[in-house]
Design a protein around this ligand. Sequence first.
Ligand code: FCB
Length: 439
Amino acid sequence: MTEPRLALSRADFPPAFLFGAATSAYQIEGHGTGGAGVCEWDTFAATPGNVARAEDGRVACDHYHRFAGDLDLCAGAGFDAYRFSTSWARVMPEGRGAVNAAGLDFYDRLVDAACERGLKPFLTLYHWELPAALADLGGWRNRDIAGWFGDFATVVGRRIGDRVHAAAPINEPWCIAWLSHFIGQHAPGLRDIRATARAMHHVGLAHGTAIAALRGLGMGNLGAVINLEYPLPADDSPAAAAAAARYDAIYNRFFLSGMLAGRYPDAVLAGLGPHLPERWQDDFATIAAPLDWVGLNYYTCKRIAAADGPWPNCAERPGPLPKTDIGWEIYPDGLFDFLTRIWREHTGDLPLYVTENGIATAGIDDRARIAYLDAHLDAARRAIAAGVPLRGYFVWSLLDNYEWSLGYDKRFGIVEVDFDSQTRRPKASWRALRAALAG
Ligand code: FCB
């Protein structure tokens, strides 16, 4: 049987274009080891009904002990960059005050190990493991989180900022705020519009505070990582078109507009306005601090219909396209449209990255992943041809890992992980990438 290959290769992209693989701390490290503090995801997972099989990140991929081999696999595939995150609760177990020296040492060794292998480290400071002690104080609902986060940024930046190639404070503001406080699907599992409005605003404030802290340390190449989902009206009605536009404003435009233009879309203020903290307008000087790049995480589209009930009156409907193992429709044109739209409307000359893109699919002969990556790389290539200053593309993910509320059985890795033995096995997609990235 011939090995499946990607149709595209490095030669189809500009010479300095970076190919990378992405991971996050809680999803791979093993949070039960090395002195990490209890985080929101530990307690969320321990609460029945929140996570499939009540699985948590205590062991995960045991990357804390196996990072050297994992980085060998990353470099071995021919990647140029490695996107990882630091766990707030590992570095500062209570979220404030005392630093866990072993935690900080771990990230120091990790960054060195990436550099030694020729991988450019792309740091994300926060990918969702809020220290439980800060959750007790209201977490993202409490305005003080901006200062706490700025202090965490300073601690991390001081230690590894000299060696990271690029840094972003926060992964996916929408997930932290809306998915976790309005939909209730992620920790802390709230469903409350006031909590949501505050989290939406404070995530931006914390982002800007951290950017200022990192700049204060002399760090450059600082960006933001935003997740986008392409809303398509579920039917031909004007009501569905309006619902899809509301969804777009909440999901895609709120954070981009806040961080890049210093304002929130009217369509979101219509619902969240009354619940925002007082004098929120005064915070844009911080939230919209200048950035050096913007990263987009892109996976899928959604079919949106109008719904009865209070704002935002949106309902998701199933769509007709082929789906991944977690039911997400495969829609590469959404990536092209987003890249060109964001370039035109928000970022202009600012470098863009695709900081996450990938598919949940089972098995080691993962041809569906190869096809998915090919189609999305082609969308990226078309966007570059249209003039978009896209500088790199990161596959989600290097390893099979803890997929949050879905637990361990949804497989996003280009490397298979056996969670009983911790054995790693490169999949067909890893080999296809190695062939495409060679040279
Ligand atoms: C993104 C997250 C990442 C992973 C992928 C599938 O929203 O950033 O941690 O869960 O989705």
